[in-house]
Design a protein around this ligand. Structure first.
Ligand code: FAD
Length: 449
């Protein structure tokens, strides 16, 4: 039998182990997780902190006991892999419970250690109460400190997905929110005019927004000095300026690291050592549309890669098809969803493209709750190939998921006209915004079809 060791027991690692067990009831599977909690929903942490998720246990999908009982998979928590010994096909593990180290042999090794939050360059960072949000421990600590230290205000450093989600959740907890974003707009993946809609929504909800600014230093009196000269007060800082692959074990084992900083893998998730697979936030994958290296640290990607690795290990391979970067974020009453490339990414690559854009109601205007939904699609004016799309407003999820499906199935922008989309007044219009984009695109095509 195969002995398969897994490094990391959350999104990628735990999913891989389960998938492997479904495909192979014989393999010996051991998962090593350095922290005390496996299989927790990272993505739910902002919503626990905001009080939308009432109990922390609701974020935990499985325990070592349930994995052992239901799947015959051994999970060793508080066991950290500290070295990969490729020549011997072993790993060295530090057992943090017994405070001792030992060695375990593998036939196949799966590496899913996630990513680590980046720390922004702020002078006198140690003067402030600074937090990041990656592990379950991080969440519990922040939750406890907000209560016990009676925090009333926060400075969110970074206006990406986590910063934006935390803005809403901290407001829901009654905390005053400053959000500091280095570039001119929040969520840099969005078209600027779409980011602006989220910014309006933040301001409407009383978030103090500081765009084109960074936190330069924490002053002696613990106020925050921003680069634009503003001084703000905040009881704590949440640092959410991005992440980097947690790749040090792979690096010291001599595995190849790609241009984007992630571990290189082939389309079956094998590193350049065929007995070592890597999945999740730690790897460099590739773009579905361009085939170029790409890193998308999101949960769908980790889950799919886990499946692809399990299929390869069991001798029934399916190749990974690449990443579109489909993503979504809720900012109070507005949703923002993305798939594929935005305009500036296409410009940077020198890809000629056309754009169709519209603003409509997300469902029949006469039905209660109708609000504005903006949709934009970039495509090739010769072939109609869809390069990317974005939507902001309620109902953004459905439109972007439909377009993501269309891209995956190689439908052209004109074929968006032909999609038969479910309609009743609370959901859509007889001609859905996705259909409308298809009709609009006709005028932008070089050849009429
Ligand atoms: P992780 O899930 O982080 O798991 C890695 C695990 O490996 C960790 O538990 C770590 O302790 C362990 N580990 C590391 N090194 C070792 C070692 N040497 N030995 C043993 N164990 C080790 N994605 C979405 O798609 N949608 C969302 O809404 C979303 N929201 C998010 C919100 C937050 C606050 C965060 C932090 C992430 C969010 N993500 C979201 C991203 C998503 O959670 C990640 O893409 C996903 O968890 C990646 O899976 P992974 O297995 O690579 O890493």
């Amino acid at each position: 039998t195969n002995k398969v060791l897994v490094i990391g027991g959350v999104a990628g690692g735990a999913t891989f182990a389960s998938q492997l067990r479904m495909l192979d009831d014989q393999a010996e599977i051991i998962v090593f997780e350095k922290d005390g909690t496996m299989s927790f929903a990272n993505c739910g942490m902002p919503y626990y902190l905001g009080g939308f998720v009432k109990k922390r246990e609701h974020l935990i999908a499985a325990t070592p006991e349930s994995f052992q009982k239901d799947k015959n998979i051994e999970v060793r928590i508080r066991h950290e892999v500290i070295r990969i010994n490729r020549a011997e096909k072993t790993v060295t593990i530090k057992d943090h419970i017994k405070d001792e180290s030992y060695v375990e042999r593998y036939d196949k090794l799966v590496y899913s250690p996630g990513a680590v939050p980046m720390v922004p360059d702020i002078k006198h960072l140690d003067r402030g109460n600074c937090y990041s949000l990656r592990s379950f421990k991080d969440m519990l600590k922040l939750d406890e400190h907000i209560t016990t230290k009676n925090y009333q205000s926060v400075c969110l450093v970074g206006g990406g997905f986590i910063g934006l989600e935390m803005a809403e959740n901290m407001k829901a907890r009654g905390i005053k929110v400053h959000l500091v974003q280095r570039s001119t707009h929040v969520l840099g993946l969005l078209e600027p005019q779409f980011s602006a809609k989220l910014e309006e929504e933040l301001i409407k909800n009383d978030v103090d927004l500081h765009l084109s600014a960074t936190v330069e230093q924490i002053n002696e009196d613990r106020t925050l000095q921003l680069s634009d000269g503003t001084v703000i007060e905040a009881d704590f800082l949440l640092l959410a300026v991005g992440i980097k692959p947690n790749k040090h074990l792979a690096e010291s084992a001599g595995l190849t690291i790609g241009a984007t900083g992630g571990v290189c893998v082939n389309e079956y998730m094998q590193t350049d050592d065929p007995d070592i697979y890597a999945i999740g936030d730690v790897i460099e994958s590739f773009d579905f549309i361009t085939g170029k290296p790409k890193q998308v640290p999101l949960a769908w990607v980790a889950h799919r890669e886990a499946y692809v690795a399990a299929r390869h290990i069991t001798g029934d391979p399916v190749p990974f098809r690449g990443i579109l970067g489909t993503a979504i974020c809720k900012v109070f009453e507005k949703d923002a969803a993305i798939v594929g490339h935005h305009a500036s990414s296409l410009q940077k690559m020198g890809v000629p493209f056309e754009t169709a854009e519209l603003t409509a109601k997300q469902h029949a205007g006469y039905y209660p709750g109708a609000s504005e939904l903006s949709l934009i699609v970039h495509f090739c004016p010769d072939t109609g190939k869809i390069y990317g799309a974005q939507a902001v407003g309620q109902g953004a999820d459905k439109r972007i998921d439909v377009i993501s499906t269309a891209i995956t199935g190689n439908l052209s922008v004109l074929e968006l006209q032909t999609l038969e989309i479910a309609y009743a007044p609370p959901f859509s219009a007889p001609k859905d915004p996705v259909n409308m984009i298809g009709y609009k695109a006709v005028k932008k095509m070089n050849t009429k079809k």
